[in-house]
Design a protein around this ligand. Sequence first.
Ligand SMILES: [Zn+2]
Ligand SMILES: [Zn+2]
Length: 795
Amino acid sequence: MTRAVLDVALDPKTAGRRALWTYADTGDAALGDAVLVPIGKRQALGFVVRRYAATEEQLGFRFDELKSILEVVTGIRIPEVLIDLAKFVAQTYLCSLPVALSPCIPPGVRDRLEGAWTLGEPAEGVSVVQQEVIRKLQEAGGELSDDEVRVLPEGITRAFKALRTSGNVRFVQRLAPFTERRQKEKLVRLCADEAAIERFLRTEGKRKPAQALTLMRLQAAGGPPLSPLEVRALAGVTETTVRALVQDGLLEWVKSDEVRLAVPPTPNLAQQLAVDAISEAISGRESSAFLLFGVTGSGKTEVYLRAAAQALALGRQVLYLVPEIALATQAISQMRSRFGRGVAVLHSELTQLERLRTWIRIANGEASVVLGPRSAIFAPLPNIGLIVMDEEHESAYKQEQSPRYHARTVARELARLHQCPIVLGSATPSLETFYEAEKGGVTLISLPSRAASAQMPTVQICDLAAGYRDGKPALLVPELASAISEALERKEQAILFLNRRAYAPFLMCRDCGYRTACPQCSVALSYHRGERKLRCHQCGHSVVVPSECPKCTSTRLNPFGLGTEKVEEGLRELFPAAQIGRLDRDIASRKGALEEVLSAFRAGDLDLLVGTQMVAKGLDFPNVTVVGVVAADISLSVPDFRSGERTFQLLSQVAGRAGRGSLPGRVFVQTFNPEHPAVVHAQGHDYVGFFEEAILERQSVGYPPFVRLVNILVTGPDREAVGKASGLVRDALPSGLTVLGPADCPLERLNNRWRRHLLLKLSLDADLAQVQAAVESVSVRGVSVVIDVDPVSLS
Ligand SMILES: [Zn+2]
Ligand SMILES: [Zn+2]
C-alpha cells in the first residue's frame, strides 16, 4: 500500500545537512510552494521539492506517524525548473537536495511573512455584517492583511472569524506584497564633456581618488547609464562619492524616463554568421552550446547582444553570466543602452529586501535580462531563451563552498531544461571547452580580431637564466630596463607584474638554514619589510620580524626570493628619477589606497606601477606602452595540473594591457622557462598552438577532459585522526577505481588543521553515488571529509 507524500526542503543552515522531511500530501501544496511545516514542536518554512507515492518501507516509518504541512504560503513559489536544476546539482556534486536548493531560495522570505484573509467558498445566507466583510475583501482584490483587519471594529473582526469557520473566508500566510510603489530608479551617467573629465583626472582627481577611480571605471565602460547603487557596486565606492560627482557635474542624471536606446553598430561578416547560428538555435529551441572564441576587441559582446535581442523578440529572457561583477561594467552598459530598463543586475550592494524584490520581479518575468556572477544561474527566470557565459575559463565560476558546483556545468544543464542555446565566450578558453569543440559537442565560432581596434602588442621572452650564467643576475633584463628608460624619456608609462606580494617569500638563516614558517600552516612566513612583520598569506598570522634566528641566535637572517615590495625597491635604484607606485593586497587593505595609487597613475603623477594581478583589472591606461612580467615562473611552479593553462591565460591577459590607447605597446616576459609551451604560445598570441600541446599532455597523464576528477579532502586538528580517516575512505571506496593517495595536500596544514586528500580519476560516465556512499560511511571524530567534484584547486 502506498500513500501520497511530499518532500519538503528546509534551510540547511538551521535544520542541518539532512534537512529533507516527508509529509502527507493533502493536495494543498504544489511543487515549489513555500510551506510551513511542523518540526517537533516548532514550525519551519520549507519548499516542496517532490510529490510521490511511498510505502511504509520506503518512508522508514509508519503512515500514522506521517504529519501534514501546516500551511501553504502564498505569493512565492520556486519555479519547477529550478527544483530540477537543484536535483542535478545534488546528484552531480554529491550534496543533499536542501544544500543544492539553497542558492535558489529567495532571500529573507521568513522576515516578510504575514497573516492575510482571503475569499473562500461562495457565501449564501450570511448576515449583513458578513456580507459587508465579503464586499470589503472583494474591493481589496480578494486579500486583506491581518494587520488591516485587526484595526477594524470588533463586530467586523468577529464576522471575519465566523466566516473563516464556515469556510467562506480563509486565513493564510503570505509573502507581504511590496505595496509602496517601487520608485522608478533614477539613473546617472558620465557627463558628455570629455575634456572636463580628463581635466579632473589630471588635477583634482589626485586629491579625490575615489571619485577619480569611479570616473575611470565608467570611462573604460563607455559612460553607461547606471543606477547610483550600481555605480557603487561596480566602483566599490560610497554614496558620498557618487553624490559628489553628480554635484560637480561629472555624473549627470539621465533625464527622460527612457534611457535612449543606442543604434547597434553594423556587425561584420563573422559576427553576422555567429548571430545567425545562435539565433537559429534560439528559435528552434535547441539546447546547443557554442564557443565564441576571439580576443578582446574581436566583437564578442556585439554577438551576445544581437543574439539576446533575438531571444527577447520571441518573448523569452536572457541570462548573462560574468565571472566578476566589477569587471562587467561594459557589458552592463551595452545591455542597458540596447535593452533599457528590463536589465536586472545582481550585485553586492543590493540589500536583502532589494534582493527579494528583484527575485520576485525576475520570477514574474519583469526582467528581460539578468546579469550577474555565478549564483545568477539560480535566478528564477521563467522562460530563458539564451544563456551567455562570458570569460568561461575563469576559475571564479567554481564555487568553493557547498554546494561546490561549477557554473559552466550547471548552466549547460539549465540550457537543456529551458531548451535554449548557451554561448560560452573566451579569448583563452578552458581546455575542457575547446576540446569539446574539437569533438563537436560544442560549436566553435571564431571571431578574427579587428585590425583597427585590436593591435596585438609585440611580446618578447627574456631568459632569466642568461643573467645567472653570466654571473650578473638582475631584477630586470637589459632589454626590459632600456625599454622602460625609453618610455620614461618619452613621458610614457610602464606596468610591472609580479604575482607575489611582500618583500620576500621567506627569511632564511645564513648559519643554520632555518626558514621562517607559520606555526599554524605548512607555509613560509613572508617578509614584509615596510611594516617589519612576518605574515602568513594563508591564515593571516603575523609576528614582528625577529632580530635573531630563533634556532641558533645568529643575526644573519636574510630575505630570499622576490616579492612586489622588493621589485619596487629595485626599480627605485634602477630609475631614481621616476615616480614609482605599488599596488597589491597589502596596499589595497588600507582604505582609499587603491584609489589613490590608480588615480595618481592615471593622472601621470606616477611613471611606473608595480603590482600583482589586481593592477589595472578592468581599467584602461592609454599612456602605458611597456608591460613587464617580472617572473612568469611563479604561476608555472604551482603544483597543479592546470598551472600551464593558468599561466597562458595570465600572460595573454597581461599582454592585453599594453597598447590599449593609440600608442603601440611592448610586452616583456621574464622567465627561467623560455621554452615552456605556455610562454612560447603566449608570445605568439597562439591559443590553438598552446591547446594542441597541452591537450596531448593531459591525455598522456590522464587529466580532464579525459577523466573526471573527484578530490576528497580530509581535514582535522589531529594529524593521526586525519591520517586514519583518509585511510578508511581509501578502504571504503569501491575497487577498480583509479585513486591517487591518500597523501598530504600541497598545503598540508592550514589554520591548525591537517589536510590530506585522495584524488580520484574516474571515467567520464562513472557513477558517483558509490563514491558518496563510501565517503559517508566513514566517520572519525573531529575530522571533516569534503567531496569536491571537478575541482579547480588541488592545493
Ligand atoms: Zn640560524
Ligand atoms: Zn598560516
